[in-house]
Write a protein that binds this ligand. Structure first.
Ligand code: FES
Ligand SMILES: [Fe+2]
Length: 351
C-alpha cells in the first residue's frame, strides 16, 4: 500500500514556485531547498534572476555564502566565480581555468509576481507551461494579498487539504468556512493534467471572513471553483453574493452585490517532510484601500494556520508509522483523481 504521504507528487520535470521576485536581490544570495536539492537564488547587478546549485564546484562550499558580482557569483571560500549559466568565469589561484569546473544551473522564469524554477531535465523546460496568473496579476481590476507558509508536512497532505473543501466547516468554522456549508456536493471533472472542481453553497450564512469584508445584509450564495494543475498548484475563484441574485447562473465578474476572489496556491516540496507554500489572494473590491490588503492577508493567514496545524499533526501521525489503512469517502474524489494521475505519471504512462 502506498503511503498517504505520496512521493508521486515529487515530480522533477515540473515548474515550481521557489520565491517572490523581491527575495532575489543583488545584495545577498538566498538559499532555498527544493525536492531535497539546495539552490542558491540571486539577481545579478544587471537584473538577471538566477538559480544555481548551492554547492561550489571546487570544495562544495555553499554559494549562498558567496558574493554577487557583475555577471555572476563568487564563492567566498577560495574565490571561484560562476556565471548565471553555472560556467566557471575565474579561478584566482589558477588563471588558466579548469576544463569542467561548473555548477548545475536551473532554468528560471520570472512571471506574474512569481519566481519559477524547473527542477528536472533542462531540455524539457518549456516556459509556456508556467502557470498563467496574468489575468489577475496584470489586471487593474484585481488587487493582491500575498503570503508564504513553511509547513512541516508532506506536499501530498497539503494538496489533499486543498482538494477537498469539505473540511471548511470543521477546520475553519470561524474564518473562511461556515457550519452550514457541510452538506453541499462538489462537482469534479478530470482534466488532462489535473481536475476542475465546483462547489456552490446556496442560501447559507456568509463565512466570517466574507461577512467582515462584504457586509452582507442576509444570506448568501457562495462558491469555491478551482482548477488543479499537476503536481500541486491550485487556481481558485471564490466569493459570495446575496441569495436571490442568481449568482450561480452569471459569469464571474457580473454577479450583483458579490465579492470575488482569485487565489493561487503553489506548493513546492522542500523534501519529504517540509513544503514551501506560496499563495496570492486577489480581490475585486476595495481596490484603493491598502488596509483591505492587510485585512485579506490576515484572514487568509489565520485560515491557513488552521490547515497547517491539522496537516502537520496528520503528517506526524503518519510518520509515527501507524499501520492503519486509510478509507476513502465520496468527498475524496478530486484528491483521488489527482493521486491516480500522479501515480500513472510516476509509472511513465502520462507525459
Ligand atoms: S570551495 Fe568554492 S572556491 Fe573553494
Ligand atoms: Fe483549509
Amino acid at each position: 500500500m502506498k503511503s498517504l504521504a505520496s512521493n508521486d507528487f515529487l515530480i522533477r520535470d515540473a515548474w515550481y514556485v521557489v520565491a517572490w521576485p523581491h527575495e532575489l536581490t543583488a545584495d545577498r544570495p538566498l538559499a532555498r531547498t527544493v525536492l531535497g536539492e539546495d539552490l542558491v537564488l540571486f539577481r545579478t547587478p544587471e537584473g538577471q534572476a538566477v538559480a544555481l546549485e548551492d554547492r561550489c564546484a571546487h570544495r562544495l562550499a555553499p554559494l549562498s555564502r558567496g558574493r554577487i558580482e557583475s555577471g555572476g557569483i563568487r564563492c567566498l571560500y577560495h574565490g571561484v566565480k560562476f556565471a548565471p549559466s553555472g560556467q566557471c568565469l575565474e579561478i584566482p589561484a589558477q588563471p588558466q581555468g579548469h576544463p569542467n569546473m561548473c555548477v548545475r544551473h536551473y532554468p528560471l522564469v520570472e512571471r506574474d509576481g512569481f519566481i519559477h524554477v524547473w527542477m528536472g531535465d533542462p531540455g524539457k523546460a518549456d516556459a509556456e507551461r508556467v502557470i498563467d496568473a496574468s489575468p489577475w496579476a496584470s489586471s487593474p481590476h484585481w488587487k493582491p494579498s500575498r503570503g508564504y507558509l513553511h509547513v512541516k508536512a508532506h506536499v501530498s497532505l497539503i494538496a489533499d487539504n486543498l482538494l477537498d473543501f469539505g473540511h471548511l466547516p470543521f477546520v475553519h468554522p470561524n474564518t473562511v468556512g461556515a457550519a452550514q456549508q457541510a452538506d453541499f456536493a462538489t462537482e469534479v471533472r478530470p482534466l488532462a493534467e489535473g481536475v476542475q472542481t465546483d462547489r456552490w453553497y446556496i442560501d447559507v450564512p456568509a463565512s466570517a471572513f466574507h461577512q467582515s469584508v462584504g457586509h452582507f445584509k442576509g444570506r448568501v450564495d457562495a462558491w469555491h471553483c478551482f482548477r488543479w494543475h499537476l503536481p500541486a498548484i491550485m487556481s481558485l475563484n471564490s466569493g459570495s453574493a446575496p441569495t436571490g441574485t442568481g449568482a450561480r447562473e452569471k459569469p464571474h465578474g457580473s454577479r450583483e452585490g458579490a465579492i470575488e476572489f482569485h487565489h493561487i496556491a503553489a506548493l513546492t516540496p522542500q523534501d519529504e517532510d517540509h513544503t514551501h507554500y506560496f499563495w496570492v489572494h486577489w480581490r475585486n473590491f476595495a481596490l484603493d484601500e491598502p488596509a483591505m490588503t492587510d485585512t485579506v492577508h490576515r484572514n487568509i493567514m489565520a485560515a491557513f494556520s488552521e490547515d497547517q496545524a491539522m496537516v502537520e499533526a496528520q503528517h506526524a501521525a503518519i510518520r509515527r508509522g501507524a499501520q492503519t489503512v486509510p478509507k476513502a469517502i465520496m468527498a475524496d474524489r478530486a484528491l483521488s483523481l489527482v493521486r491516480s494521475q500522479l501515480a500513472r505519471r510516476a509509472q511513465g504512462s502520462v507525459a
